[in-house]
Design a protein around this ligand. Structure first.
Ligand code: ATP
Ligand code: MG
Length: 589
């Protein structure tokens, strides 16, 4: 087993109950290769919860030199759409980029499984390909043909039948948790009649809901999912991937295990709510007597971070009610929202690793997420100066038009720190918070008569405060002590406070959007607890180097937090930055 070195991966190899199972199967050589899959339904954008499933599936493929397929689980055409296919593909690639892209399974565009015979048994299988321009993710809907053939095989084995009960009747027959169900009156149809009816269902002879195909298992089974579950239903709805080729669609439990089998999946990992479905997963595969090694399903707990929602239904509500600007709004816990807000993929991965893989549902402290974001950004973000709530300071001993260049460090955590020149001029802006006329105790920033160091420049002393008629401070007049600059005789002189600043003449205007947590309480009745102040837009002054910022560069605005150029709304003439996160937890107070 070899694992390539990766700067953003933890130094230890993750270990959990699922990886233990995989290790046993590897040692026993149960499969030629470990193959996992991430199977989202294209009915919404991916969110931070999905990141756990992605990192687990791709992580296992990566650690075992295996493969992980991105499979669009698109068997329910009513709620699905091509926009979601597109966003899911982009988000998965973003999250695994530089980490596990090598292990992503591909298939040539439009390929569907082929039939072959193994030991006298008909089998269908799909050959994955190496990535090329002509490759695409996997689609469960590409398997409608073989899944239909497998359904015919089940009917021929007398393990499936066409049932004419409608939904309400079928529910009644199914019984209750402490009460066994009753056999459907259609359960004993002959194999010939079932084959005929099922083929006519496919041919479009019946209207929606008229008939279903059901597995013939046991109406008295304690596990509800074994009480003759539905395998196929009629739906005269066009499909975003297969068009109007089909008017019957397989249900999740029938399609999923077979899709896994067709792709040669070995470990099918899903969340705990599917535990009861496992018996059905196994029943379908075992009943068909398939010739290749079967995949197995294992369940783990969902990731549910506090102050966020990981329900697609709730996220869709936020979009539809226009509480947010879209699925990729920077306040959304979707992967596209987090990316637009400036959370690096490595931070999402680190967060997910830190939460571990368990069998018990629980809420994860959002501080774990924020810690991972700060940790990754602290190491990688480029430092810049920005003043969010500017107040003008005049350095009265500098000439009009005079510029003093100061060296500022770009990447203090980098292996080879680099610097840039920032311009000290007669008029600068500082943060209005960094001046107090009547400072509280232990206030070490600027005050009347006091001194403070302008970072990377020199110490300044406040001589005078100018106010307008309403008493509002409009200007602070200071003297710059130029002998305290780097390389000057008094460079080493210490004062208690150091603040950031920008040159008034050289700085640029920027809109800065300060995002906050999505929900105002940890885990909530979500509709009532959407944070009423999702973000605040302010007009800031930023240093001129930010003119060439791109939406994939992460910045630390010194002393303020981490920021990124907004990928959608920034233009060549208007800078818009999103705050990813503050430098410290401001909610703890
Ligand atoms: P839906 O209600 O639409 O089924 P879903 O969240 O289950 O929503 P899927 O697209 O079916 O969405 O999810 C794809 C995969 O991601 C599944 O294997 C699912 O178990 C996993 N998954 C979904 N939510 C989480 C979560 N919060 N934590 C970990 N894994 C998740
Ligand atoms: Mg699901």
């Amino acid at each position: 087993m070899s694992v390539e070195p990766n700067p953003s991966a933890p130094v230890f190899l993750p270990s959990d109950f699922i990886r233990d199972i995989v290790a046993v199967d590897v040692a026993a050589r149960r499969y030629p290769k470990i193959v996992t899959r991430f199977p989202p339904e294209p009915n919404g954008y991916l969110h931070i919860g999905h990141a756990k499933s992605i990192c687990l599936n791709f992580g296992i493929a990566r650690e075992n030199n295996g493969q992980c397929n991105l499979r669009l689980d698109d068997t329910n055409p009513a709620k699905e759409g091509a926009e979601y296919v597109e966003s899911i593909t982009t988000d998965v690639r973003w999250l695994i980029s530089g980490w596990a892209d090598k292990y992503l399974g591909f298939k040539p565009k439009g390929t569907t499984p082929v039939a072959r015979t193994i030991n006298g048994k008909v089998d269908y299988y799909l050959t994955p390909a190496a990535p090329s321009l002509n490759s695409e993710p996997f689609f469960a809907s590409d398997y409608f043909g073989p899944i239909y053939e497998f359904a015919l095989q089940l009917i021929k084995k007398d393990k499936a039948y066409v049932c004419d009960l409608n939904t309400e009747e079928a529910d009644k027959y199914r019984g209750a948790p402490n009460q066994p169900g009753k056999d459907s009156p259609y359960r004993n149809r002959s194999i010939e009649e079932n084959l005929d009816l099922f083929q006519r269902m496919r041919a479009g002879e019946f209207h929606d809901g008229a008939r279903t195909l059901r597995a013939k298992i046991d109406m008295t089974a304690p596990n509800f999912w074994l009480r003759d579950p539905l395998l196929y239903r009629i739906r005269h709805v066009p499909h975003h991937h297969t068009g109007d080729k089909w008017c019957i669609y397989p249900l999740y439990d029938f399609a999923h295990c077979l899709s896994d089998y067709l792709e040669g999946i070995t470990h099918s990992l899903c969340t705990l709510e599917f535990s009861d479905h496992r018996a059905l997963y196994d029943w379908v595969l075992e009943s068909l007597g398939l010739p290749r090694p079967l995949p197995h399903q294992y369940e783990f707990a969902k990731l549910i971070p506090g102050y966020m929602t990981v329900s697609k239904r709730e996220l869709l509500q936020l979009v539809n009610k226009k509480i947010v600007t879209g699925w990729d709004d920077p306040s959304m816990p979707t992967l596209s929202g987090l990316r637009r807000r400036g959370v690096p993929a490595a931070a999402v991965r680190q967060f997910v690793y830190n939460t571990g893989v368990t069998k018990y549902d629980s809420t994860t402290d959002i501080a774990v997420f924020e810690h991972a974001a700060r940790d990754v950004l602290n190491k990688t973000a480029i430092r810049r100066f920005a003043v969010l709530r500017p107040i003008k300071v005049t350095l009265t001993n500098l000439e009009y038009g005079e510029v003093i260049f100061c060296n500022a460090v770009n990447n203090p955590q980098g292996e080879t720190p680099t610097t840039r020149k920032v311009s000290l001029t007669r008029e600068i802006y500082i943060e209005s918070d960094d001046f107090a006329e009547n400072p509280p105790p232990k206030y070490f920033r600027l005050r009347p008569g006091g001194e403070v160091r302008l970072k990377y420049a020199c110490i300044v002393k406040c001589d005078e405060v100018i106010k307008d008629v309403s008493g509002q401070i409009t200007e602070i007049r200071c003297t710059a002590n130029l002998s305290t600059r780097a390389g000057q005789p008094n460079a080493g002189r210490k004062v208690k406070g150091t603040i950031h600043w920008v040159s008034a003449a050289k700085s640029l205007d920027a809109e800065v959007r300060l995002y906050d947590r999505l929900l105002s309480v940890v885990n909530s009745n979500f509709t009532q607890n959407v944070n009423s102040k999702l973000f605040e837009a302010i007009s800031a002054k930023v240093e001129p180097y930010l003119k060439v910022a791109t939406a994939d560069q992460h910045f630390q605005f010194e002393r303020l937090g981490y920021f990124i150029l907004d990928a959608k709304e920034a233009t060549p003439v208007k800078l818009v930055f999103n705050r990813t996160i503050t430098l410290k937890d401001t909610w703890a107070k």
